[in-house]
Write a protein that binds this ligand. Structure first.
Ligand SMILES: *Cc1c(COP(=O)(O)O)cnc(C)c1O
Length: 382
């Protein structure tokens, strides 16, 4: 049985994951059932229908909530499903402030879909909390940010943005996908709600799509629980099982992702075809002090800009052998992509547009020397 003050790795393996009481199964079973027998009408074990609750999902929710230091957590069928469900808390006339660098799908959801319900949004440079304060729109109910951001790896101060947001009576949502709870726990720094695409580091093996939202706000938790059931974007039990299995090794994976990324950053900084390296773990990163305050390490994501513009950037992504050209991130295998054409195409022409000579790496946990040689070779070839 896991306890509140157990270490992170202990809770990743034990929180919400006691042996199954009937058989003693050590690993949480996949409760592949849609419904549950009731001894008399309305009298049930706590489980009545699997959209509402499922024991495999409960285990995942309890484990992840523990890791984020949250009293309440809800799993969803994807990161965007988690975002969509949380944003349904808002009403027509409400306003969202979105950090000016974010996952393309989040930008699309907020700017193209949520707006259909009469909700407005604007982008803000959240490296400047004083400007957020000075330009505050009184209809703002939510400030939504990633840190580090996707794909520019900008770092925002959770504590300072939470202070401004709370001063105006609004709430701060932090998408913690890039850091994972192992490297950063936003609620401890003042965030009201944490979002994850568990597809990425938490699942960690590129074999499942999922999302998660966690909060200590009882009122929001009650509404999200209601919406999780009322909207129904829930993950199946097999997906919850895979996500839980990945979660157990999050700590050791993140350490190795970071170690490998640090070696690659060093190589990129010295490479003549690279003019800019964006990595939160660098002492020269503009947010280095903030990283020191709120992150344990720089993590496994690197973005860099090559000399030679868009054609050179696209060429690098096709010349690697081990780095697979693909969207997504956070898995054990290394991936490379061109955000401008791929993950962030929906942000073209908007305040969230990304540079066209940008290449993004999700550094995996393969042998570091192999990754270095692969990338060096690709860069030499452009
Ligand atoms: C991938 C991603 C999402 C969306 O999650 P899905 O599981 O793909 O729906 C949201 N935020 C960030 C930062 C992401 O990288």
């Amino acid at each position: 049985m896991s306890e509140h003050n157990d270490g992170f790795e202990t809770r990743a393996i034990h929180a919400g994951q006691d042996p199954e009481p009937i058989t003693g199964a050590v690993i949480t079973p996949i409760f592949q059932t849609s419904t549950y027998a009731q001894p008399s009408p309305g009298d049930h074990t706590g489980y009545e229908y699997s959209r509402t609750d499922n024991p495999t999902r409960t285990a995942l929710q309890e484990a992840l909530s523990s890791l984020e230091g949250a009293a309440h957590g809800f799993a969803f069928s994807s990161g965007l499903a988690a975002e969509d469900t949380v944003l349904r808390i808002l009403r027509a006339g409400d306003h969202i402030v979105l950090g000016n660098d974010a996952y393309g799908g989040t930008f699309r959801l907020i700017s193209q879909v949520v707006t259909r319900a009469g909700i407005t949004w604007s982008a803000a440079d959240l490296t400047d909390p004083a400007a957020l304060d000075a330009n505050w729109n009184p209809a703002t109910k939510i400030v939504w940010m990633e840190t580090p951001t996707n794909p520019l790896l900008t770092v925002f101060s959770i504590r300072e943005i939470a202070e401004v947001t709370h001063k105006h009576g609004a709430k701060l949502v932090v998408d913690n996908t890039f850091a994972s709870p192992y490297l950063q726990q936003p609620i401890a720094h003042g965030a009201d709600l944490v979002i994850h695409s568990t597809t990425k580091y938490i699942g960690g093996h590129s074999d499942v799509v999922g999302g998660f939202a966690a909060t200590n706000d009882d009122e929001w938790a009650q509404d999200i629980k209601y919406l999780q059931n009322a909207v129904g974007a829930v993950p199946g039990p097999q997906d919850c099982f895979l996500t839980l299995r990945g979660l157990k090794t999050l700590g050791v994976r993140m350490d190795r992702h970071t170690e490998n990324a640090e070696r690659i950053v060093e190589m990129l900084l010295a490479h003549p075809k690279v003019h800019t390296v964006l990595y939160p773990g660098l002492d020269s990163h503009p947010g280095a002090d903030i990283v020191q305050e709120q992150m344990k390490a720089g993590g496994g994501m690197i973005s860099f800009q090559v000399t030679g513009g868009i054609e050179a950037a696209k060429a690098v992504t096709t010349k690697t052998r081990l780095f697979t050209l693909a969207e997504s991130l956070g898995g054990i295998e290394s991936l490379i992509e061109h955000p401008g054409v791929m993950t962030h195409a929906s942000a073209a022409g908007s305040p969230l547009e990304v540079p066209d000579d940008l290449v993004r790496l999700s550094v995996g946990i393969e042998t570091a020397d192999d990754l270095l040689a692969d990338l060096n070779n690709a860069l030499d070839g452009i």
